[in-house]
Design a protein around this ligand. Structure first.
Ligand code: 13P
Ligand code: SF4
Length: 299
């Protein structure tokens, strides 16, 4: 299968990009593996005719929004991030009516509709930097309440309006299970994704995006780490650090949507090009502005 995928990729001038949460064998065959920010940025730099985005739907949509003329495929069109739907454009309109001097900040884990109704997009890798430098005082941060609290705690000069979205995978990592793991490995630094609950974030030695977590562990002199994010990151963590050991903070750190992607589905989509990301022209145009604003402000 991997040979057939490589052959089709060359024949069709396609590029395969994968997020750290997809299956190990997909990460191994991808041209690029990264966090959501890296994947969005990389998508703007490729001259391939086809981008196969191995991740959930919003990641494919981000690539398409930034490259409307390219064909963007995802191996499983039903792989969707539930948090991407946990805000509404009506809710945004209400907050806009209520507040002056407001920026609507949209985490990329969101639908194209939500992006289009926002002022700027962010990812976990750049949210702090971008929000800190916005001129507006009032920040309506959608959809993730946990990431919003993590940023808000570091920016007391801003007034945050919170939305109640969350990632069910990260939100289910409990302080109790983290403490139990920590009791077994008291010297291991705790590496936490900011989609985790504030009480879990408060226990962290490092908080960052998937790429940030991998970078931190790779550069650290420590030999053991406790990891509070989806377990797909273990593949890259172990690959880059064969002499180090990584322990999950809790028992259930699996994103069922990321795990819908298989090598078979990747081969199928490359062959038949049948699960393409398509969005209405106007929507793409409206969603592109906040995505490009993110790329500009993250520099
Ligand atoms: P990153 O941008 O940190 O890779 O996170 C994406 C994601 O979906 C986290 O659940
Ligand atoms: Fe969405 Fe959570 Fe899965 Fe990330 S881990 S894609 S936020 S459900």
């Amino acid at each position: 299968m991997t040979e057939e995928i490589s052959r089709l990729k060359k024949e069709k001038n396609a590029i395969i990009m994968a997020h750290y949460y997809v299956a190990d064998e997909i990460q191994d065959i991808a041209d690029f593996v990264g966090d959501s920010f890296f994947l969005a940025k990389k998508a703007t730099e490729t001259d391939a005719d086809i981008i196969v985005l191995c991740g959930v739907r919003f990641m494919g949509e981000s690539a398409k929004i930034l490259n409307p003329t390219k064909k963007v495929l995802i191996p499983e069109i039903a792989a969707d991030c539930p948090m991407a739907h946990m805000a509404t454009t009506d809710g945004i309109a209400e907050i806009r009516d209520e507040y002056d001097d407001l920026a609507v900040v949209c985490y990329v884990n969101s639908t194209a509709d939500l992006k289009a109704a926002s002022d700027v997009c962010v990812t976990s890798a750049n949210a702090l930097k971008i929000v800190k430098n916005l001129p507006q005082k009032n920040i309506y941060f959608i959809p993730d309440q946990n990431l919003a609290h993590f940023i808000a705690d570091q920016l007391p000069e801003k007034h945050f309006i919170f939305n109640n979205g969350f990632c069910h995978v990260h939100n289910s990592i409990s302080l109790d299970s983290l403490k139990k793991t920590r009791a077994l490995k008291p010297d291991a630094p705790v590496l936490v994704h900011p989609e985790c609950k504030p009480e879990v974030v408060a226990e962290a030695d490092f908080v960052g995006s998937t790429s940030g977590i991998i970078k931190y562990a790779t550069e650290s002199d420590q030999k053991e780490f406790i990891v509070a994010t989806e377990l797909g990151v273990m593949h890259e963590l172990k690959k880059r650090n064969p002499d180090k050991t990584f322990y999950p903070a809790g028992p259930m750190q699996i994103c069922p949507n990321m795990k819908k992607l298989t090598l078979e589905k990747l081969l199928h989509v490359l062959k038949y090009e049948d699960s393409e990301i398509t969005l209405p022209e106007n929507l793409m145009k409206d969603a592109k502005a906040p995505m490009e604003e993110m790329l500009r402000l993250a520099k």
